[in-house]
Design a protein around this ligand. Structure first.
Ligand code: NAP
Length: 251
């Protein structure tokens, strides 16, 4: 089945790295005009350049998703340079590990600000355009950790559980406007964030792989393939869903 997304404008937050980077690349390969939002503007532009070098279309923008004014300014730039956004993928995220009794208010607020409030603010910034167009696709990247919890990741897991709730609410509010809102909670995916988490000893990779039915760690492209389908025309009857991409864990 074709998942072609030709000519639509897509914003991918956190698109300079890891899962967001693979999603940006896949949507551009499917024909979308891709805007990469990342807090590191140079990294966002470098990621866009590598997409353009493949013959596809992308621009990078320095947007910190904890800064609502920067989100609105970024979306305005996208409208001007690439067209009205019809697709939004929220992949920007941070993880902080540590025992719950040692989590400071600052850490808690920072993780929630990026992972949950940033996701909400980006949705709120693009939804009016989608409503006006009568068509839209939003995919929020949550985390398989929200299925079971993970010791030492209170802020992260709470933020991702919040993203699942937010996804369901937006799906209900905007379903009749032609807009679908879904979430992918990835399992263990080989990215800079995962390598950093492993280096802190939060997970034992061999143990995790042994508990994964398909017997391997996931790749960013595994998430990108599912996301590309969810933002396609053909996925219009899927909304408010939690689509696990985790090698068979947490089913
Ligand atoms: P990643 O490689 O670190 O990519 C995340 C990107 O988001 C980075 O470019 C990061 O920039 C950017 N970012 C962080 N804070 C931001 C902010 N305030 N504004 C804009 N951009 C910001 O991590 P990843 O593994 O691809 O993670 C992508 C998403 O998947 C995250 O939401 C994560 O929670 C989720 N996830 C990942 C896994 C996994 O196994 N990898 C599993 C479950 C869920 P910096 O590099 O400057 O921080």
């Amino acid at each position: 089945m074709s998942t072609e997304t030709t000519q639509r404008t897509a914003i991918v937050t956190g698109g300079a790295s890891g899962i967001g980077g693979a999603i940006a690349k896949q949507l551009a390969a499917d024909g979308a005009l891709v805007a990469i939002f990342d807090r590191d503007g140079e990294a966002a532009q470098a990621a866009a350049k590598s997409i353009v070098a493949n013959g596809d279309r992308a621009l990078g923008f320095e947007v910190d998703v904890t800064d609502r004014a920067a989100i609105d300014a970024g979306v305005a730039e996208v409208r001007e340079q690439l067209g009205t956004p019809a697709i939004l993928v929220n992949s920007a995220g941070v993880t902080v590990a540590g025992p719950s009794l040692e989590v400071t208010a600052e850490t808690w607020n920072r993780v929630l600000a990026v992972n949950l409030t940033g996701t909400f603010d980006c949705c709120q910034a693009v939804l009016p355009d989608m409503v006006a167009a009568g068509w839209g696709r939003i995919v929020n990247i949550s985390s398989s950790s929200m299925h079971s919890g993970v010791p030492g990741m209170a802020a992260y897991v709470s933020s991702k559980a919040g993203v699942v709730g937010l996804t369901k609410v937006l799906a209900l509010e905007f379903g009749r406007k032609g807009i679908t809102v879904n979430t992918i909670p990835p399992g263990f995916i080989e990215t800079p964030m995962m390598r950093d988490t492993l280096s802190k000893g939060v997970f034992d990779m061999d143990l995790q792989v042994s508990r994964t039915p398909v017997g391997r760690i996931g790749q960013p492209e595994d998430i990108a393939a599912t996301c590309a389908f969810l933002v396609s025309e053909q996925a219009g009857y899927i909304t408010g869903q939690v689509i696990g991409v985790n090698g068979g864990r947490n089913t």
